[in-house]
Design a protein around this ligand. Sequence first.
Ligand SMILES: NC(=O)c1ccc[n+]([C@@H]2O[C@H](COP(=O)([O-])OP(=O)(O)OC[C@H]3O[C@@H](n4cnc5c(N)ncnc54)[C@H](OP(=O)(O)O)[C@@H]3O)[C@@H](O)[C@H]2O)c1
Length: 332
Amino acid sequence: MKMTTLGDTGLATSRIGLGLAALGRPGYINLGHSDDLRAGRDVASMEARAQVVLDAARSAGVRYFDAARSYGRAEDFLAGWLASRRIGPGEVTIGSKWGYTYTAGWQVEADRHEVKDHSLGTLRRQVAETRAAFGPFVGLYQIHSATLESGVLDDPEVLEALARLRSESGWKVGLSLTGPRQAETLRKALGVEIGGERLFDCVQATWNLLEPSSGPALESARAEGLGVIVKEALANGRLTGRNDDPGFLDRRRRLEAEADRLGATLDALALAAVLDRPWADVVLSGASTVDQLASNLTALEVPWDDRAEANLQSLQEPPDAYWTARSRLSWN
Ligand SMILES: NC(=O)c1ccc[n+]([C@@H]2O[C@H](COP(=O)([O-])OP(=O)(O)OC[C@H]3O[C@@H](n4cnc5c(N)ncnc54)[C@H](OP(=O)(O)O)[C@@H]3O)[C@@H](O)[C@H]2O)c1
């Protein structure tokens, strides 16, 4: 697979990376998560599935892997896989995140699946946890879902601690974004300097055919040298064959017509749209099975063109409507 670098960081990445949000825990919000896990949701079954998907990704040339403290056992699964396959720190690039604590207790139906807390105490605790899991492998450490409301970009203690982490550990520092104000949050983050130096090396954001509003801000960030990682390219499964919502039928037909014309699956079409953005370094596959991964990877061959660009503009939703729909997805 074609390799590139994450902005000016020097971190190598394949154009498609693998995220472990769906692989690391038994409950998640993606549409068909429950169906995907029919073979078993106990820790051993989930670790075995993660290893199979990680092996398939590596064989296909995937070299960027995305985890977070809150993705259940994702960091441990990744660390176990790296050790068992004798993969060295220089062979892959790994990004993880701090800021949410996993609280579901390995249950699918939990009162709270994760608790968000961007305080200095959580940063210190989770840096230590990530370091214990696979410290030498970490290339990038991100604030998980930074928002204007979370206040993290106004917290000098946290920002200074991140700058110290960056200089003392060599980890690059990034932030992931969420919600209708991703662009505004990113513009604020671009202005954060510690000791006269820009703090953030990378940004991870949602951009997809339904919610492309972060695009211009991501383009500016890339122009300033940040690495750009795109997540939720499939709108949590809404841009796949799994979406049988009658309210989406008309848009699904438009997607299918374009996919047929280009000889693509729906998921590959949506991922190809991201790969076509000149500012996107890597797009994450969130595959939870080898078949999904294989289909996702065919995005690299999809001949995305101006006609697809024009024909699929009409899929877009107002950002507030998109994020409201996302917040209604149920954990399964
Ligand atoms: N705030 C953050 O930092 C943040 C937030 C979200 C995600 N992320 C990162 O981004 C990664 C990707 O995001 P995501 O998984 O949440 O969303 P996504 O990429 O939009 O959706 C991935 C989901 O689409 C479905 N899918 C994929 N290929 C398919 C196929 N061929 N046929 C049918 N369904 C298919 C699968 O869900 P089902 O099978 O369950 O339907 C899969 O889990 C995550 O793993 C995580 O690393 C970060």
